[in-house]
Design a binder for this molecule. Sequence first.
Ligand SMILES: Nc1ncnc2c1ncn2[C@@H]1O[C@H](COP(=O)(O)OP(=O)(O)O)[C@@H](O)[C@H]1O
Ligand SMILES: [Mg+2]
Length: 252
Amino acid sequence: MNKDADPVTPLLELRNVSKRFGGLRAVREVSFTMGAGEIVFVIGPNGAGKTTVFNLVSGFFHPDEGSILFQGKDVSKLAPHLSARLGIGRTFQIVKPLANLTVLQNVMLGAFMHTGSTQTAEAEATKVLAFLQMSHLKDFSASGLPLAALKRLEIARALATKPKLILLDEVVSGLTTNEALALAELIKRLPEWGVSVVGGVEHVMQVVMKIADRVIVLDHGAKIAEGIPSEVVKNPEVIEAYLGAKYKELVG
Ligand SMILES: Nc1ncnc2c1ncn2[C@@H]1O[C@H](COP(=O)(O)OP(=O)(O)O)[C@@H](O)[C@H]1O
Ligand SMILES: [Mg+2]
């Protein structure tokens, strides 16, 4: 657990959050809370509203109804850069590093959010890259990296901003099982750094089953289940949501 954790106020709380795009209700009255030190995964079929929830929590969108509280403070209407400053870090489903910069320089950009010193930024970026087992790639151009390294670079950049909470959207998608398991081992250690995690994935993959303290299931924008992974996958409503989306297997 994060030693700064306040045992009473949740780290993150969504209260009846809704978001529409024209006539489409992308997120419908979603509520959940999470404490510091937790690893929570939001799962649901493609189009369920996972990325929209991340965009809402990180200030890229604002809820039409409901509110989002971070450490007890209402962040519903905050702009993305202010939400990042408060300690909400994120990665993007579509990986987008600055291709003309090296891996180290990309990560330093994250550190510059809280320091003006190039030396400090480089020291912090170096530390984060070591944690993500990417030190050997630091001088490579970000443009030539394979997907597994790009996903780690996204996490590294977000970690360098020193977040209290990191939102990892589809961070293991597209990776081989071995790559995903290796990355999961690192994600599992983030709470040791005082970083709580909300991940988002389509399938309840083995890796999610292993590292998530809790999963929240979205279907058509609404929360249909919440609990420990091994119980949620047995929930008939959850199975139905995936079958309805023509998923043959819930645990991929
Ligand atoms: N910026 C947007 N404008 C219009 N519709 C959107 C936008 N973002 C997402 N949607 C729609 O909202 C629904 C939820 O999408 P999304 O949150 O991306 O789902 P997921 O990440 O679970 O696949 C989808 O129907 C999607 O097409
Ligand atoms: Mg998505």
